[in-house]
Each structure stands twice: as structure tokens, then as C-alpha cells.
Design a protein around this ligand. Structure first.
Ligand code: DMJ
Length: 654
């Protein structure tokens, strides 16, 4: 082609070359295209190669960043939400899909009431097991389709260590080969559980729990209906808050045990009689874990909006407790007047009480979308997290509501007044879908503190126990309340905490059982003292006269449940079975109900105290039923986290 430059000619040429059909030769785009082409032709081969290379590179980068952007839009928890560093708790968001989301308008939905709730739990009534004592639970066999040690792609992706903490690596859950009787193996993978197609029939031990529940309920119904606690000996009742505490605490237990008629009757009472519009002082912690927790759990199990509506009502009425100079809540609230105050003798609150209401209020926020519920409890968490006065992650027992500082410094225990602080560190991490890692950091540090300061072995039998520290002085004293710890440690191990947590759980579980076994009634005292040096006889445990009562507490059977779920070792079921039989022997009242007793060291005269605590139905019998169950899908521990009163709340999935 001619090399001389002439615009007209170029026009002509472009028409001929680019638009051979002869159309649009006056088009400006065509002009520009022709001009570019010409310039391109004028470049050297090297220049053209460089430009081509750069264009290819740019195109490649464009494709990559576009696909990342796509991922970003797909994930509702991108970047700031997902990383969850610090204490902003960004993973908590009402828009998250839940195990059970809140109805759009709980109040509106309530207008549809009364609506019959669906059948409990497994949708079909349970069949009694006529086949004799239960066999060891078969472990799930998801691995069957895979070669040994082979991972599914999704597992491989999830199997990244989450956090490393002073040598303890938080690992993803491992797939186990079936091994029903090994106590110390790591926990089973949630994803290993096969889809439950058939309801697992309940067995004779579970039937025995149902029978015990019915007996307890019969007493409550006859002598204490709608009141807080049954007094089974005097065939009367006692009031604490006057809110039907036992009835509310027991709702989800009835649902889980499949007691449909009893549940319906109790639901009717909640719908028609229960009111929180009462001029009454309630304890913030106790009403949160028992009432709010019980209502939320029942809402999730039944999908009946009545319970969410009631939960929102009591949650709102408890909020005035947080109106303190420090934002550390008062212990008591008048739910009718909307006023709050500390106990009469002090302006302190108990550390466990102010730090063990978070699971419930955070869930209430997630269901209702009302920010207040989250804000008030997060403020407390963050405050305590930053507070001086801890020792190796261990907290003192009291906190002042004016100054916000710990008070009575220097005393450390995992028993009364501090216990569930530690429990809720782990459980809030789990509730958040393991996203809020500050909780885990605090938990790991605290367990190191326990190991360093409180963990000892007794003589002569070398039982591992958790003592107390008072101004540098070690006291070998352990509350029954501390027996929540083996279960909590096992739950942490199941969620990937390696280190020696499971070993400690196994050792402590044995000790908690010995606290029952070594007593004449086979029931544990409230407080045990351990011998550090061999004393006369073969016993490791000494019981002071003031501590030899048993309140039908749940902590040991709670831990037995976790230990059995995670290890499959049937000895834990056998231990629980012994305990249930001893409750029947020494605490069962013929006319209905069970009673706490004064003296676990006298089988002939255990001295009934005439009180059935609400947690016997809310927790003790529920955990026994779950302990004896072979159904890992019954309150699957990868989907639910129990509050400190055994009420199941969903683990957030996003
Ligand atoms: C229950 O109310 C709860 O388990 C709480 O955490 C401790 N005290 C009782 C049971 O012992």
C-alpha cells in the first residue's frame, strides 16, 4: 500500500478495508479504529510484543480480581464482619441466618395463638425400648465412603489451625475411626454424624429418667403449680420471684423428653397466666439463665412465638439493671417498677453473675434485632476483659457496680461466684461460630491459670482436683459447682483445643464421680476437702459438717453427658446411672417430687431439706436423659450450646 499520507485517502481506505459492505464511511468510530490500526502497523515488532504482553497481563489481573469480588458479594461475613478481631463483636448481627430466625413481628405472630406446637424434637412419639439395657452407642460411619485418613475437600479446607496459644493449637476437628470405649481420644467430628433418618428409640435408662421427671412433676403439679419451687415434704411451695420458676425452667426438658401432655399444660399456663408485669425484685443472673434462657431454648425447640414474645418481655424488663455508673449491672431488678439495686449490704455484684448473662442477651438481640440487648452485655464483657486484678487469667469473685473495679482481691476459685465466668468465655466463642477469638484467648489464659495455681492431686489416691487460692494460700477445697469444668474442658477439646485439656477433663471427671462414690448415700456433698497428705483410711475426701448437703445439683451429670458424647466411653453412662439410682434412693419423696438433703454421709438418715430446686428439672434430669441417649443428633453439640442452666441456644452459623 502507498506510504504517502492523505486524510481523504485514508477515509477511502478505511471504508474499503473495515467496512467492505460500504456502509458508514463518515462514522467517527470507524475513523478512530482505522487510525489506531495504522498506528499499530507503524510500530516495531518489539513494541507490538511488549504492548501485547502488557494487555494480556492486564486482562489476567482483571479476571482474578473480578472473581474475588464475586466471592465477596457471595459472603455476608466479608472482611470486617468475618475477621472479628477486638471487642466490637462484629459477628453478632441480627441478619444472620439462625437455627431459628425471629419471626418478623413476634407480636403479630402471637395473634395466631393458641397454635399447637409441632410434636417434640423428633416429630414422632418415641417408642419404649423393650430390648433390655442399651448397647454402646455406635459411632458414626461417615468415614466409610472415604479411605482411612482421607479428607473431604470441605474438611481439608476447614482443617486449618484457628489459633495458637502458648503451645496449645486450636485445631479443626479430626475424623475418628469408630472406637466406642476409649476415653481419651479426641472428639468426634460434627460432620461425621450421619444424617439421622430414623428416630433413635429411647432406652430403659432414658425411660427411668422420664419416670423420675414424671414423679417430680406430679409433686410440683399437685402442691406447687405456678409457683417457684416445690416443697415436697410439707407438700407446699416456696416463692423466690413468684414467676413459676420450676415450670419455666422445665419447659424444654419436657419437650426433649417427649412429654407432650405435660408440655401442653405448662404452655397453657405460660400463655394465660404468666405475667412479668409484677412489682417484684428478681436476681438478674438467676432470672436470665433460668427464665430468659428457658424461654429462648423452648422457642428454638418448638418454633412457638409465644416463647419469644415472653423472652423479649422479660429481657426488656431486666435492662434497668445495667443503669449503673460503671455499666456493671446491679444484682437485682424490680421488673414491675423498672428499678434496680445492689443487695442491701453491699454495692458489689458477683463476677460470675455479671459475666454469665451474655449468651442469653446476645441471642435475644439476634432474634429481635434490638441492639440494646447486645450492647449492655458486651459492655460488661469488654470492661471485665480489660480490668486489672486478675491472676493468670483468673478473676476475683466480686466487682463493684460504682467503680467498676474488682473487689475483695486475691481470692480465686472456680466454684461459687466465679464458675460460669470461665464457662461463658468458651461458650461465647462457640456461640459466635468460633469467630470472636478474644473469648478463646481469655479462656485459654484462664485454664493455664487454673493449671498453675489451682490444680493439685490428693492423697492417697492421687485424685486431680481444683482447689482455691486466698491471698497466696492454697486451700484444697472444691465446690460441687466446679464439676462443670470437666464437661467444659471436653467441649473445648471437641472444638479443637489441643494441649492437655482433655486429659484434665478425664481426671477431673473421675474426681467428681468419687465425690459421690465416697459418700455413704452415693451423693456428693456441696463442698469437698481433699487430703494433700495421706490421712488415716483410704479416703481422699473430707466433708465438713456445714457442707454435707446435696441440692440435687447438675454439674457432675452435666459433665458426664459431655464426656460420653465426645468419647463414647460407656463408663460415664454407668456413673450417671448410679447417681440417678441414688437420687431415687435418698431424695425421692413418695408423695411426689425430690428433695435436697442435709447429710450425704448418712444413708439411714439423709435428712430431707424439703426443697426441690428448679434446676433439678431444668438441668439434672435433662442431662441424665441426654447422657443415656444414643442419639447424637439430640441437641447436637455442633449446633447448640447450652447456657449455664442447660438451656440450648443455637450456634450462629454465619
Ligand atoms: C444453676 O442455676 C446453674 O447451673 C448455675 O450455673 C449454678 N447453680 C445452679 C446449679 O447448681
Amino acid at each position: 500500500m502507498a506510504a504517502t499520507y492523505s486524510p481523504q485517502r485514508r477515509d477511502f481506505m478505511s471504508v474499503t478495508l473495515i467496512q467492505p459492505d460500504g456502509g458508514g464511511y463518515n462514522n467517527g468510530k470507524v475513523w478512530r479504529r482505522r487510525s489506531c490500526w495504522r498506528k499499530w502497523k507503524q510500530l516495531s515488532r518489539l513494541q507490538r510484543s511488549i504492548i501485547l504482553f502488557l494487555c494480556t497481563l492486564l486482562a489476567f489481573c482483571g479476571v482474578v480480581s473480578f472473581s474475588n469480588l464475586g466471592e465477596h458479594w457471595k459472603s455476608p461475613m466479608s472482611q470486617t464482619d468475618g475477621t472479628n478481631e477486638g471487642w466490637d463483636l462484629p459477628g453478632v448481627h441480627p441478619a444472620h441466618p439462625a437455627v431459628l430466625p425471629a419471626p418478623k413481628e413476634a407480636e403479630d405472630l402471637d395473634l395466631k395463638l393458641p397454635q399447637p406446637p409441632p410434636l417434640p424434637q423428633q416429630q414422632k412419639p418415641r417408642r419404649p425400648n423393650k430390648r433390655g439395657p442399651p448397647n454402646p452407642r455406635p459411632l458414626p460411619d461417615k468415614g466409610q465412603k472415604l479411605e482411612d485418613n482421607e479428607q473431604r475437600p470441605d474438611e481439608a479446607e476447614n482443617n486449618q489451625p484457628v489459633i495458637s496459644w502458648r503451645g496449645a493449637v486450636i485445631e479443626p476437628i479430626q475424623t475418628l475411626a469408630p472406637s466406642p470405649n476409649k476415653a481419651q481420644e479426641p472428639s468426634r467430628a460434627p460432620q461425621d454424624a450421619p444424617e439421622q433418618k430414623e428416630p433413635v428409640p429411647i432406652n430403659e435408662r432414658q425411660e427411668a429418667v422420664i419416670e423420675a421427671f414424671r414423679h417430680a412433676w406430679a409433686g410440683y403439679k399437685e402442691f406447687a403449680w405456678g409457683h417457684d419451687e416445690l416443697k415436697p415434704i410439707s407438700k407446699s411451695y416456696s416463692e423466690w420471684f413468684g414467676l413459676g420458676l420450676t415450670l419455666i425452667d422445665a419447659l424444654d426438658t419436657m419437650w426433649i423428653l417427649g412429654l407432650k401432655d405435660e408440655f401442653q399444660e405448662a404452655r397453657e399456663w405460660v400463655a394465660t397466666t404468666l405475667t412479668f408485669d409484677k412489682n417484684v425484685d428478681v436476681n438478674l443472673f438467676e432470672s436470665t439463665i433460668r427464665i430468659l434462657g428457658g424461654l429462648l431454648s423452648t422457642y428454638h425447640l418448638t418454633q412457638d412465638s409465644l416463647f419469644l414474645k415472653k423472652a423479649k418481655d422479660i429481657g426488656t424488663r431486666l435492662l434497668p439493671a445495667f443503669n449503673t455508673p460503671s455499666k456493671v449491672p446491679f444484682s437485682d431488678v424490680n421488673i414491675g417498677k423498672g428499678t434496680a439495686h445492689p443487695p442491701r449490704w453491699t454495692s458489689d455484684s458477683t463476677v460470675a453473675e455479671v459475666t454469665s448473662i451474655q449468651l442469653e442477651f446476645r441471642e435475644l438481640f439476634r432474634l429481635t434485632g434490638d441492639e440494646q440487648f447486645k450492647t449492655v452485655v458486651d459492655q460488661v464483657t469488654q470492661h471485665v476483659h480489660n480490668l486489672p486484678g486478675k491472676r493468670d487469667g483468673l478473676v476475683p469473685m466480686f466487682i463493684n457496680t460504682n467503680s467498676g473495679q474488682f473487689s475483695h482481691l486475691g481470692v480465686f476459685t472456680l466454684g461459687a461466684r466465679a464458675d460460669s465466668y470461665y464457662e461463658y468465655l468458651l461458650k461465647q466463642w462457640i456461640q459466635s461460630g468460633k469467630k470472636e477469638t478474644s473469648f478463646l484467648e481469655d479462656y485459654m489464659q484462664a485454664i493455664e491459670g487454673v493449671k498453675k495455681n489451682l490444680l493439685r492431686k490428693s492423697e492417697p489416691n492421687r485424685l486431680t482436683f481444683v482447689g482455691e487460692l486466698s491471698h497466696g494460700h492454697f486451700s484444697p477445697k472444691m465446690d460441687h459447682l466446679v464439676c462443670f469444668l470437666p464437661g467444659t474442658l471436653a467441649l473445648g477439646a471437641h472444638n479443637g483445643i489441643t494441649s492437655d485439656h482433655m486429659d484434665i477433663a478425664v481426671a477431673l471427671m473421675e474426681t467428681c464421680f468419687q465425690m459421690y462414690k465416697q459418700m455413704e448415700t452415693g451423693l456428693s456433698p456441696e463442698i469437698s476437702h481433699f487430703f494433700l497428705h495421706a490421712a488415716k483410711g483410704s479416703k481422699d475426701i473430707d466433708v465438713k459438717a456445714a457442707d454435707r448437703h446435696n441440692l440435687l445439683r447438675p454439674e457432675t451429670v452435666e459433665s458426664l453427658f459431655y464426656m460420653y458424647r465426645f468419647t463414647g466411653d460407656t463408663k460415664y453412662q454407668d456413673w450417671g446411672w448410679e447417681i440417678l439410682q441414688n437420687f431415687n434412693k435418698h431424695a425421692r419423696v413418695p408423695s411426689g417430687g425430690y428433695t435436697s438433703i442435709n447429710n450425704v454421709q448418712s444413708a439411714s438418715s439423709p435428712e430431707p431439706r424439703d426443697k426441690m430446686e428448679s434446676f433439678f428439672l431444668g438441668e439434672t434430669l435433662k442431662y441424665l436423659f441426654l447422657l443415656f441417649s444414643e442419639d447424637v443428633e439430640l441437641l447436637n453439640l455442633d449446633k447448640y450450646v447450652f447456657n449455664t442452666e442447660a438451656h440450648a441456644l443455637p450456634i450462629w452459623t454465619t
